[in-house]
Design a protein around this ligand. Structure first.
Ligand code: A3P
Ligand code: MG
Ligand code: MG
Length: 380
């Protein structure tokens, strides 16, 4: 019995040395120079229509069409249409990576490598939104996350799993919060047109099934990444006309009245805005500030690459380098832990505020997320 015990503890130590069991998230650990991040390149795009159906084209791309002068009170009523012109995406449908995987199968040729055992030239495939959550983790103190990972033919796929807390929050959303969510989409409708020289049509229906998504290839440190993200619109008059820098991210936020409010906005909200747009190389974020009555009182444009200048004076603020270094460390951790190439094997990486990242292993379970049609398509 004793020898068995020694044996198993020795085994455990050996596997510990191979792959650590947890990953710390403390910001100070990642406070190092900004890591290498290759300029994001757009490989392609796809659209999701009013019924949430996939199309391998740009039919849902919209064009940035701000009101004539940027300044006070464009007079947008963000509540308009909430009761009678709103079609909401069914959030109980778990799409996983499905749309991105469809794009991959339809564009395999441009992703191929010499290596026959590795059909995709990427270490990681995921949604931009999942990476945004990883980037902001060192500074997040409210929402945890669960990320499922499978290694299949040399590429690691990362797909989010809804946490119990997130599900509860989604099911218990107050009507006020539901209306606030609508208002974010309504703002997009006021700011976008369907043609490059058109004007917005605020009389139309807001349908959150519709999306235009870009597919990006880049590299963070030693990790090559392929991810997709939804973009709000392109600016036909952009000073940087090439994709992905031509895109504009639209955001709404409560109007601010004091320097303290602006400081808090930079600390807690801007980090998410920055991470979301920096990852795919979207160059501008246009904020619409809403008053208590739900109207937009002011617009402000942020250049994604200049956001670090706004926050560096505040020593208590987040640091872009910490976010990126943590993301690189997380991807390295995933690579060390997930080494068995098997689409039915899932490692579930879990994080809760105040804790390090940990993981559990699931074989042939309900957590399997790579669809059979995809596994078959990439096996031939
Ligand atoms: P705002 O962020 O302007 O409020 P996105 O900004 O990513 O294009 O998303 C468009 C809108 O979808 C958001 O507008 C918000 O209303 C809603 N939304 C997106 N992610 C959300 C989330 N995690 N929780 C609540 N609402 C969200
Ligand atoms: Mg959007
Ligand atoms: Mg937006």
């Amino acid at each position: 019995v004793i020898s068995e015990r020694i044996d198993s503890s020795a085994k455990r130590q050996k596997s510990d040395a191979k792959a650590p069991l947890t990953l710390p998230v403390t910001p100070s650990r990642y406070d190092a120079p900004f890591p290498f991040y290759r300029r994001p390149a757009q490989l392609g795009h796809f659209s999701l229509d009013a019924q949430r159906c996939y199309h391998g084209d740009a039919r849902r791309l919209r064009y940035y069409a701000p009101p004539p002068v940027e300044g006070p009170s464009p007079g947008f009523d963000l509540r308009d249409g909430y009761r009678d012109r709103y079609v909401k995406q069914d959030e109980t449908v778990r799409e996983g990576l499905e749309h991105l995987l469809r794009w991959i199968t339809q564009n395999r040729k441009q992703l191929q490598t010499e290596d026959k055992g590795r059909p995709l030239n990427a270490d990681f495939v995921t949604w931009r939104g999942h990476l945004t959550k990883v980037l902001t983790t060192p500074y997040e103190n409210q929402d945890g996350w669960l990320l499922a990972v499978s290694l299949f033919r040399g590429t690691l796929y990362i797909s989010e799993v809804e946490t119990e807390a997130a599900r509860r929050q989604r099911e218990q959303r107050t009507d006020l919060l539901k209306e606030l969510m609508y208002m974010g989409y309504k703002f997009e409708q006021y700011m976008c047109s369907d043609t490059p020289d058109g004007t917005p049509d605020p009389t139309g229906v807001v349908n959150t099934n519709e999306a235009f998504c870009i597919v990006i290839r880049t590299r963070l440190g030693t990790h090559s990444l392929l991810f997709s993200g939804e973009v709000d619109c392109t600016d036909p008059r952009s000073p940087w006309p090439d994709p992905p820098s031509c895109y504009v991210e639209l955001k709404t936020s409560k109007v601010m009245h004091s320097p303290a409010q602006r400081k808090s906005f930079y600390r807690h909200k801007m980090i998410k805005w920055w991470a979301q747009s920096f990852l795919p190389g979207v160059s501008r974020i246009v904020a619409g500030y809403r008053g208590p009555d739900g109207s937009i009182v002011e617009l402000e444009t942020f250049e994604t690459m200049k956001i670090f200048q706004l926050i560096r004076e505040d020593p208590g603020c987040w640091k872009p380098a910490v976010c990126m270094n943590f993301c690189a460390a997380f991807l390295g951790f995933v690579k060390k832990v997930v080494t068995e190439d098997n689409p039915k094997l899932v490692h579930l990486f879990a994080w809760e505020p105040g804790h390090p990242v940990s993981f559990t292993v699931h074989r042939d379970s309900e957590h399997t997320f790579l669809p059979d049609w995809y596994v078959e398509a990439l096996s031939s």
